[in-house]
Design a protein around this ligand. Structure first.
Ligand SMILES: Cc1cc2nc3c(=O)[nH]c(=O)nc-3n(C[C@H](O)[C@H](O)[C@H](O)COP(=O)(O)O)c2cc1C
Length: 135
C-alpha cells in the first residue's frame, strides 16, 4: 500500500501530528508545497482551521493532486473544532477525491488556550490511529 503524508502548518502544531503519523507508517511528512510524485492509496492530510476554514494551500493541493490521491485521511489540530472533514470534503467532492470517515483530530495550542497541545499523548494517539488504519 502506497502512503503519503502532507501538512500545512502556521505555528507547528499540525506538523508535529503529521510527523508522528509519518514516522508510524514509515514515510516522510512533507509540506503541501510538495506535490505527490506518484499515486498513493492513502494520503494523510494534516490541516487546521483558520477562521472556520482550511487554508487555501490545502485546498489547492487537493485539486492539483486529485488524480494521484486514492483517499484522504484527515489529521488535524484546532482550538475549538472537532473535525476537518467538512471543509476538506467541500473541495474533494468537487474533484472526485474520497475523504475517509476515519480521522484523527485533537486540540492545538492557540494563544493562551490549550498550551502544549498537541502533547505526547496526542502524538501517540495519532501514531496508533495511523498504524491501525494502515494495518
Ligand atoms: C488566524 C487563526 C485563525 C484560527 N481560527 C480557528 C477557528 O476558526 N477554529 C478553530 O477551532 N481554531 C482556530 N484557530 C486555531 C488553530 O486551528 C490551532 O491553533 C491549530 O492548532 C493551528 O495549527 P498549526 O500550528 O499547524 O497552524 C485559528 C488560529 C489562527 C492563527
Amino acid at each position: 500500500m502506497k502512503i503519503a503524508v502532507r501538512y500545512y502548518t502556521r505555528s507547528g502544531n499540525t506538523q508535529k501530528l503529521a510527523e508522528a503519523v509519518a514516522s508510524a507508517v514509515g514515510v516522510e511528512a512533507l509540506s503541501v508545497s510538495e506535490p505527490l510524485t506518484e499515486p498513493v492509496d492513502i494520503l494523510f492530510l494534516g490541516c487546521s482551521y483558520y477562521a472556520f476554514d482550511a487554508d487555501e494551500s490545502v485546498k489547492s493541493f487537493i485539486t492539483a493532486n486529485a488524480p494521484r490521491i486514492g483517499r484522504v485521511v484527515c489529521i488535524g489540530t484546532s482550538a475549538m473544532m472537532r473535525s476537518m472533514k467538512k471543509p476538506i470534503r467541500r473541495v474533494a467532492d468537487g474533484v472526485g477525491v474520497t475523504v475517509a470517515e476515519e480521522e484523527f483530530h485533537c486540540r492545538g495550542e492557540f494563544g493562551k488556550f490549550h498550551r502544549g497541545r498537541p502533547n505526547g499523548e496526542d502524538l501517540q494517539g495519532a501514531a496508533e490511529f495511523a498504524k491501525e488504519l494502515v494495518g
